[in-house]
Design a protein around this ligand. Structure first.
Ligand code: GLU
Length: 466
């Protein structure tokens, strides 16, 4: 098996938008395939005709592409393997490994109650397992509703799920239920089509959440009965929200679409996700292409992990700080007064370290437009400094050399008597519009002699200044 190329897959049901739990599974599958030089396939499990929708197929593909999780080959559809699913069921039925069960929901409920009153697990009683085929066929043809179950439960024997993370996981037949594979309306449940598709698609490693562990046991059994080879498995711990709840596609709370709308960088999702339950991912691997080389599947956490929005936004900020000014400029543009491209890039360069998100740039509008009004508290600081302070600072400025801004400030200090915060804060607010941010030298260099002068003049003309 080890000589086969690794083929993994992401197999969402197109019944909702891509959410962060899906992203984790998709990313881990992508990482394993890319690391092994194998293939990463995308299969839509679209057999739930009522809930599956083309719009979700399109949206999931778009979101995966946005994240950079590109798949190999064509998109696969479970519905195109319907014939293989029917054949597999027929083969199991002929071998006595699948049987029709006519028990009504009411009967099953009574059985479960009885079992629990005896302190037994609420498994199927096995009532229909021993029906002979002829009787079962007659009842079915007579119009009695039925489901198909797998005949797994037995007194002896065990099933082994080969798991890359947890080693061989052993389950005794006697602890297993006989799962339903075909519903009374004739539609397949998840179990059989999912396992058959993995065989048809040549999947060598099934990587998914540990909520699928019991399914894997049934599926290993099913594949063995059909004489198919069993893939390797890897069951990762689930992704929970910050409160410890399971994420669900239908809740939509963690839809990738919503994160995109918030302006989040795809790499921020990827980087935060790649480190979740996998803390040995080095800090310097900062883009998707670098991750496979550092990925150690065997060190993934087997327990559930909690998602942290903060972590994701920290990566976003980090990227904002390190991206070239030419890329940052268009992102901050909508939040700033109109200006020419080169000037915008210079602002980007100047304020990048002070941004957590692109919209924070709005606080620096005054760097581009002297008429930008200040927040009331900030204006109060300027008013407090007074007209006299600014007019002295301006006349000193008119004699000063821009490269020697330190001696200018020193001269302002000496002449006005303002020191420390009372000296710097009004000047900083007047010039940049914010009380934090780039250092004074950088602000002055950016504004240039004229820019600084204009800000003083406009302040002196301000009716509120004393
Ligand atoms: N369609 C299944 C799901 O979305 C696939 C599970 C699997 O990866 O096998 O849960």
């Amino acid at each position: 098996m080890s000589s086969q190329p690794t083929i993994t897959r992401f197999a969402p049901s197109p019944t909702g938008m891509l959410h962060l739990g899906n992203v984790r599974t998709a990313l881990l599958n992508w990482l394993l395939a890319r690391q092994a030089g194998g293939r990463f396939l995308l299969r839509f499990e679209d057999t739930d005709a009522e809930r599956s929708q083309q719009q979700f197929i399109d949206a999931i593909c778009e979101d995966l592409q946005w994240l950079g999780l590109n798949w190999d080959g064509d998109i696969l559809l479970q519905s195109s393997h319907a014939e293989a699913h029917r054949q597999a069921l027929a083969q199991l039925a002929t071998a006595g490994k699948a049987y029709r069960c006519f028990c009504s929901e009411h009967q099953l409920q009574m059985d479960r109650k009885l079992a629990s009153s005896r302190g037994l697990p609420p498994r199927y009683s096995g009532r229909c397992r021993t029906l002979d085929t002829e009787t079962a066929t007659q009842r079915a043809e007579g119009g009695e509703p039925f489901v198909w179950r797998l005949a797994i439960h037995a007194n002896a024997g065990e099933i082994i799920v080969p798991d890359r993370l947890r080693g061989d996981i052993c389950f005794a037949y006697k602890d297993m239920d006989d799962p339903v594979v075909v519903r009374s309306d004739g539609s397949f449940t998840f179990l059989l089509p999912n396992a058959i598709d993995d065989t048809v698609d040549g999947i060598t490693l099934v990587l998914r959440g540990d909520d699928h562990l019991t399914n894997s046991v049934w599926q290993v059994w099913l594949l063995q009965q059909l004489g198919h080879s069993v893939p390797h498995y890897l069951h990762h711990g689930l992704l929970l929200d910050a409160e410890g709840h399971k994420l669900s596609k239908r809740s939509g709370a963690f839809a990738v679409r919503d994160l995109r709308a918030q302006g989040l960088f795809p790499d921020a999702v990827i980087q935060a996700m790649a480190r979740l339950g996998h803390p040995n991912m080095p800090e310097e691997a900062t883009n998707l292409a670098q991750l496979p080389a550092h990925f150690e599947a065997e060190r993934l956490s087997t327990s559930a992990v909690r998602w942290s929005d903060d972590m994701m936004w920290r990566w976003h900020t980090k990227q904002l700080h390190t991206m070239p000014a030419s890329e940052l400029a268009p992102l901050i543009q909508p939040h700033l007064p109109k200006t020419e491209v080169l000037h915008l890039e210079a602002v980007a360069e100047l304020i990048a370290p002070n941004l957590s998100r692109a919209e924070d740039a709005a606080a620096f509008a005054r760097l581009l437009d002297v008429k930008t009004t200040l927040a009331a508290d900030d204006q109060a600081i300027i008013d407090e400094a007074g007209k006299e302070f600014f007019s002295q600072a301006l006349s000193l400025w008119q004699q000063a050399d821009i490269k020697d801004w330190r001696s200018w400030i020193k001269a302002v200090q000496q002449q006005t008597g303002h020191k420390g915060k009372a000296l710097y804060m009004p000047l900083r607010l007047l010039l940049s519009g914010t009380s934090h941010g780039p250092d004074m030298g950088a602000i002055i260099a950016f504004l240039g002699h004229q820019g600084v002068t204009e800000r003083f003049e406009s302040s002196l003309a301000h009716p509120h200044s004393r």
